[in-house]
Design a protein around this ligand. Structure first.
Ligand code: NDP
Length: 502
């Protein structure tokens, strides 16, 4: 029970008026689950040659949702060949304006079926429905709309550089934003004239497969998009397949390094969007209430399963105490529970393995001497749950300050000068994002120039737009997604290839 509900109970006992939340669950009727989902290859759902299937569940209650095909090497090979055929016989030579029509159609159909996608995303991934409904879905549609607009303007995007597609792209995506990551990957690749084999994460395959259905209904030529489900093995088979010209990966730095080694010297193009340990930096002059909302959004959005999450809070010393007090109060008002309830702020952790990983980090934080504070809420009996958590008394050497936890856990440190804030913010192997909270415009610019992060937000956090490039430095990877920059990794260009590497 959240503190707010306990206060309501005690108010009730004292005869005061009480304002409680009623349950507001989103209906699941709109979702029509199949018992089994095959692989999407050559425009059809097919049985896996591997003959194996795995179960996908709802992490909020551990109930099975469906059986999903586990792609073996032979299946990946078929998918790559289907993509190659579609590339050579159709897609490569289709005028950009015709490719755009398909992308617009997919974007519109995502909008039309947004509620179905949002409910399914929440059921399979555990994220609150208000986030899948208001963030993931609108952004997924927006990415297709945005890149549809570029498909016939590549010559204008890269003047005098003769933009040409690369060929077959292998795209491997994680479980934190399953549909949105599929959209980030597919839309620029298709707009640029490539065909694709997409590998969704093992725990969250269902919205990608629904997208496969939608792609078929949009009458995209067979083989332009293929979807192979399964664990890490089909991902590795895709990376190592000779018929793949480009790999785009989002996931852990550990697997990113394996992929970089595997593609080195093969001539395959590669972009990597990996982990992060972003600093969210609050200066003394920041509007504190607004900053508290930004800090909460920065780390508790999507249960902290966000590569650019503001997982390290750096606070200027004079405002440390008042900010901490406000944060603790705010934590108690967060509503944790049924992800399908429209009032839920914190949903389920995506998998048992991820929950165990978070628990391990939190134990390490306590053992290393940091002070833990958790929201005072009850956890549902079934499913994977973790309370919103803060750590103070954190030193830069603690694991909770250095490693990506990928959960609702915030480490709080302090600083005295802007230079110290920069030094601490950059003291990480990662470099994906950062946030600055101050009223002083010149300080924002001074800080942004010095922060080693691909994205720097000022007086906001976790804001995304398809027109804005996103990507990292150092161990957060290389290459950009979004914006005109997001087309480059999918194009051969005269005079160098920018961010992508061979
Ligand atoms: P992974 O990096 O293992 O997963 C990302 C994707 O890569 C999944 O589709 C995965 O498949 C696939 N994959 C796994 N192994 C290989 C391989 N050898 N070759 C090719 N593809 C592979 O992340 P995890 O799901 O294991 O999460 C572990 C940690 O990684 C998290 O706790 C978090 O810290 C970080 N992470 C970071 C993300 C980010 O956006 N920066 C996203 C996800 C995780 P499968 O799902 O079947 O394993």
């Amino acid at each position: 029970m959240a503190k707010i509900e306990k206060q309501a109970r005690s108010a009730l006992e004292q005869g005061e008026p009480v304002w409680e939340y009623a349950d507001a669950p989103e209906s699941t009727e709109i979702v029509h689950l199949r018992d089994r989902y095959g692989l999407f290859i050559g425009g059809e759902f097919v049985e896996p040659k591997s003959g194996t299937w795995f179960e996908t569940i709802d992490p909020s209650n551990e109930q099975p949702l469906a059986q999903v095909a586990e792609a073996g090497p032979e299946d990946v090979d078929l998918a790559v060949h289907a993509a190659r055929d579609a590339y050579e016989t159709h897609w490569r030579d289709l005028p950009g304006s015709e490719r755009a029509k398909y992308l617009y159609r997919i974007a519109r159909q995502i909008q039309e079926r947004a509620r179905e996608f949002a409910v399914l995303e929440t059921m399979n991934g555990g994220k609150p429905i208000k986030e899948s409904r208001d963030v993931d879905l609108p952004l997924a549609a927006a990415h297709f709309f945005y890149y549809a607009g570029w498909a016939d303007k590549l010559e204008y995007a890269f003047p005098n550089r003769r933009p040409r597609p690369i060929g077959v792209a292998g795209q491997i995506i994680p479980w934190n934003f399953p549909l949105l990551m599929a959209a980030w990957k597919l839309a620029p690749a298709l707009a640029a004239g490539n065909t694709v084999v997409l590998k969704p994460a093992e725990t969250t395959p269902l919205t990608a497969l629904l997208l496969g259905e939608l792609i078929r209904e949009a009458e995209l030529p067979p083989g332009v998009v293929n979807i192979v489900t399964g664990a890490g093995e089909p991902g590795a088979a895709l990376v190592n397949h000779d018929g793949v010209d480009k790999i785009a990966f989002t996931g852990s730095t550990e697997v990113g390094k394996i992929i970089r080694r595997a593609t080195a010297g093969t001539g395959k193009r590669l972009t990597l969007e990996l982990g992060g340990k972003a600093a969210n930096i609050v200066f003394e002059d920041a509007p504190l209430d607004q900053a508290v909302e930004g800090v909460v959004n920065g780390i508790f959005f999507n249960q902290g399963h966000v590569c650019c999450a503001g997982s390290r809070l750096l606070v200027e010393e004079p405002v440390f105490e008042p900010l901490l007090e406000k944060l603790k109060e705010r934590l108690q008002t967060l509503r944790l529970g049924n992800p399908l309830d429209k009032n839920t702020d914190i949903g389920a952790i995506n998998s048992r393995a991820q929950l165990q990983r978070i628990e391990e980090f939190v134990v390490a934080g306590v053992q290393e001497g940091a002070e833990m504070y958790q929201a005072d809420c009850d956890l549902p009996e079934r499913g994977f749950w973790f309370r919103p958590t803060l750590f103070t008394n954190v030193s830069q050497s603690h694991r909770i300050a250095r490693e990506e936890i990928f959960g609702p856990v915030l480490s709080i440190l302090t600083f005295r000068t802007p230079a110290e804030a920069v030094e601490k913010a950059n003291n990480t192997p990662y470099g994906l994002s950062a946030g600055i909270w101050t009223e002083k415009g010149s300080r924002i610019l001074w800080m942004a120039e010095r922060l080693e992060a691909g994205v720097v937000w000022a007086n906001t956090f976790n804001r995304f737009d398809p027109a804005s490039p996103f990507g990292g430095y150092k161990e957060s990877g290389f290459g950009r997604e979004g914006g005109r920059h997001g087309l480059e990794p999918y194009l051969e260009l005269d005079g160098g290839n920018g961010a992508s590497t061979r």
